[in-house]
Ligand binder design. Structure first.
Ligand SMILES: Nc1ncnc2c1ncn2[C@@H]1O[C@H](COP(=O)(O)OP(=O)(O)OP(=O)(O)O)[C@@H](O)[C@H]1O
Length: 255
């Protein structure tokens, strides 16, 4: 674990009309660590991630990346800064194979005039995809079949890999293991650990507390739109997390 904060969100407020989804929420993530963002339904987790990935604009507050204030006006701006997001609803194209999914929207074109005419370099994309899947520990029996025919866990591993390959700093994952079986869930968690080990700051939203404790280095708790507690996962018990989420424990000074 390191002490250098890579992503530092300070006092983020987000209004949707009269609803105050975030009421001065702060959040920090470090490179080479998994930080879990937890909280009860409606606590503001998804809204915070949207604000930190350029999908929504905060009403007020500051976001620092590597110590510099940034304005994430669109997801494209965030991506250019090395921030990627994996959404809950498997963001893959089922009819395409895993390599094509990895390069979706970022295809490699042939070098010749054919490339200028829009022809894709499928062999090169496949070669790089196989390398990336290997690096991230994504095991697929075949890289030639449509992704729709793979298991849920394999599909989700490809979705995670797709964001991770392009992320140089931060990856947000909103419930990446929701709806997966035990074995498949473990596979995705392994991919997450490998991503962390490559120096990326991984931010994980999850409602599964044993999973949070097993994969995270740090845990930040949101309640009613503000951060109410922070924990180092190694020193934390499940009851501590539940107490912080429900408001039984207020640890605001520590947060
Ligand atoms: N687009 C929107 N318009 C109006 N209110 C919204 C909108 N998005 C979120 N909210 C409200 O903001 C609050 C926080 O929602 P958010 O989805 O961020 O919570 P969450 O912690 O991710 O919850 P869950 O665990 O249920 O997904 C909720 O009260 C929600 O109803």
């Amino acid at each position: 674990m390191t002490d250098a904060v890579l992503l530092d969100a300070q006092n983020i407020v987000k209004h949707y009309g009269s609803v105050e989804a975030l009421r001065g929420a702060s959040f920090q993530a470090r490179a080479g660590e998994v930080t879990a963002l937890i909280g009860d339904n409606g606590a503001g987790k998804s809204t915070l991630i949207k604000c930190l990935s350029g999908a929504e604009q905060p009403s007020s507050g500051r976001i620092l990346l590597d110590g510099e204030q940034v304005h994430l006006d669109t997801p494209t701006t965030a991506r250019r800064m090395g921030i990627e997001t994996v959404y809950q609803d498997l963001a893959v194209a089922p009819e395409l194979d895993p390599a094509a999914n990895l390069f979706l929207g970022r295809e490699i074109h042939r070098r010749s005039i054919l490339g200028k005419l829009g022809m894709l370099d499928k062999a090169e994309m496949r070669r790089q995809a196989v390398e990336e899947f290997k690096r991230l520990g994504v095991t697929l029996q075949s890289t030639d079949v449509p992704i729709g025919s793979l298991s849920g866990g394999q599909r989700q591993s490809v979705a995670v890999a797709r964001s991770v390959v392009w992320a140089s700093k931060v990856v947000f994952m909103d419930e990446p293991t929701a709806a997966l079986g035990v074995v498949q869930r473990e596979r995705v968690l392994d991919v997450i650990r490998r991503v962390r080990d490559q120096g990326i700051a991984v931010v994980l939203i999850s409602h599964n507390m044993p999973e949070v404790l097993s994969v995270s280095d740090r845990i930040e708790v949101l309640r009613l739109g503000t951060r109410v507690a922070r924990f180092q996962a190694a020193d934390t018990k499940l009851e501590d997390l539940v107490a912080a989420m429900t408001g039984a424990l207020t640890q605001e000074e520590a947060a």
